[in-house]
Design a protein around this ligand. Structure first.
Ligand SMILES: *Cc1c(COP(=O)(O)O)cnc(C)c1O
Length: 465
């Protein structure tokens, strides 16, 4: 019998949770007062909580459940693999079939000469691998001074010391002594919030050219790599102006530096192609993968590495690895996830059915009085809440107050949308169907209406000076 059941009353589970469970990115004291929402099961795009609510998951968990919840095949593959070989390591000149098969499959799907995979247990771990890999690459090529990695403000690359340093989240850097040395952050291509009077294309170009300025400022002989999400996810689904990535690519081609595309969210169909790099026309040397790799059914991540970098790294011992690198159960489950994505033509569904319906629904919200811009690529979108559309004004109150209020109204209407400050973000399971998207739109509009009414009532619709 399982040790934990769903059959305790909600209040009792909440009290136990508050007594023993420290939540990530949470003020635990406030959560303890309020009580956590308890998710008990899920199927397709719907979550069920301990109070009997059926909640439409507009975030695919945390941007990861691309094939939707409750796929029997995934459970069967996991059980079979656990019976056959629940664990073995890949350290000491050993390997196993799930890791071999998954690496081969990823190499087949990945563009260009990205043919080698270094496995990790998560996106954070994979980005830690990347830090060590790019610096080791240059050291092995006799250029140990090339150690600076350029990243961007408001980027998200994970929460470990290394990956959190790569990320550009100020609240994270304020705790625990981050960033580590030799990480440099340039500005993000967030036109809505930071573009001022510039037109988006000129702004995109200017922000990309900050990369070149940083390279020249530090010296090419100091720079190891540039890392970026093709589309920033946790930063608020910031879709860069069309001029941005071509200019970044030009700069990366011109100077001797490596380009790392963090595909943890954008990978595995989220943007309509297998990888965001394909959607945005990027040619990376390394891609970070996690999340959609297993649709979240098992924790697994990795670095997909081009032939040249893999060859140099492979010419000596790379003193790096995780107990669970290429974990057999996680690998088998990821492989089954990729089989489902491929054999059920989920990317075609995104391109022909779910994508167009989601875009129509999302842009349909742009007439709402509280909504500034709506933006979306593939199955990841965001909208800006604003007290004044024309001037793209921020609210006079603390950033995130309106967003939090909107998220609460979403939950009250059985919809999961996340807020990043005053942007609402969505990233539903890729298998969502048009009826479910209509329902998504109805609940989103109702939540926006209620949020708008609440802001008005409390006299909070004032633009910042
Ligand atoms: C979530 C995320 C990570 C970190 O992945 P974890 O599995 O949470 O460690 C890294 N990069 C991006 C772009 C992410 O969205």
């Amino acid at each position: 019998m399982p040790a934990i059941t769903n059959h305790l009353p909600t209040a009792e589970l909440q009290a136990l949770d508050a007594a023993h469970h420290m939540h990530p990115f949470t003020t635990n004291k406030d959560l303890a007062d309020k009580g956590a929402r308890i998710i008990t099961r899920a199927k397709g795009v719907y979550l069920h909580d301990s109070e009997g609510n059926e909640i439409l998951d507009g975030m695919a968990g945390l941007w990861c459940v691309n094939i939707g919840y409750g796929r029997e095949e995934m459970a069967e593959v996991a059980a079979r693999q656990m019976r056959e070989l629940p664990f073995y390591n890949t350290f000491f000149m050993t390997t196993h079939v799930p890791a071999i098969a998954l690496a081969q499959k990823i190499a087949e799907l990945a563009p260009g000469d990205l043919n080698q995979v270094f496995f990790a247990g998560s996106g954070s771990e994979a980005n830690d691998t990347n830090i060590r890999m790019v610096r080791t690459y240059w050291a092995m090529k006799g250029k140990p001074t090339k150690s600076i990695i350029i990243s961007r403000k408001n980027a998200y690359h994970g929460s470990s010391v290394g990956s959190g340093s790569l990320g550009g989240m100020t609240p994270m850097h304020e705790q625990g002594g981050l960033p580590i040395p030799d990480i440099h952050h340039i500005n993000q291509p967030n036109w809505w919030a930071e573009g001022g009077g510039m037109d988006p294309d000129a702004f995109g170009l200017a922000r990309a050219q900050e990369l070149e300025q940083a390279i020249l400022e530090h010296g090419e002989d100091r720079i190891a790599a540039f890392i970026a999400e093709p589309i920033q996810g946790a930063g608020g689904v910031i879709i860069p102006p069309a001029t941005y990535w071509p200019e970044i690519q030009r700069i990366c081609d011109k100077y001797e530096i490596l380009l790392i595309a963090d595909e943890v969210i954008c990978g595995f169909g989220r943007t309509g192609n297998w990888f965001g790099s394909q959607t945005l026309g990027i040619k990376p040397h390394i891609m970070t993968i996690a999340k959609g790799l297993s649709s979240g059914y098992q924790p697994i991540g990795g670095s997909v590495v081009c032939d040249e970098v893999a060859e140099v790294i492979g010419s000596g011992e790379f003193n790096h690895g995780y107990t669970y690198s290429g974990h057999p159960v996680a690998s088998a489950v990821a492989l089954e996830n990729l089989r489902i994505l491929q054999e059920e033509h989920v990317l075609d569904h995104v391109r022909d059915v779910a994508g167009p319906a989601l875009h129509e629904m999302w842009h349909g919200l742009s007439d709402h009085p509280l909504v500034g811009e709506t933006t979306i690529v593939g199955m990841m979108g965001s909208l800006a809440l604003t007290p004044h559309k024309e001037s793209r004004a921020k609210f006079a109150m603390e950033a995130g107050t309106a967003g939090f209020m909107c998220r609460e109204r979403c939950f009250a209407n059985n919809l999961v949308m996340r807020h990043v400050y005053d942007r609402m973000v969505i990233s539903p399971p890729l298998i969502i169907n048009p009826d479910e998207i209509k329902e998504f739109g109805r609940r989103a509009r109702k939540a926006l209406d209620e949020c708008h009414a609440q802001l008005k009532e409390q006299d909070m619709l004032k633009p910042a000076a």
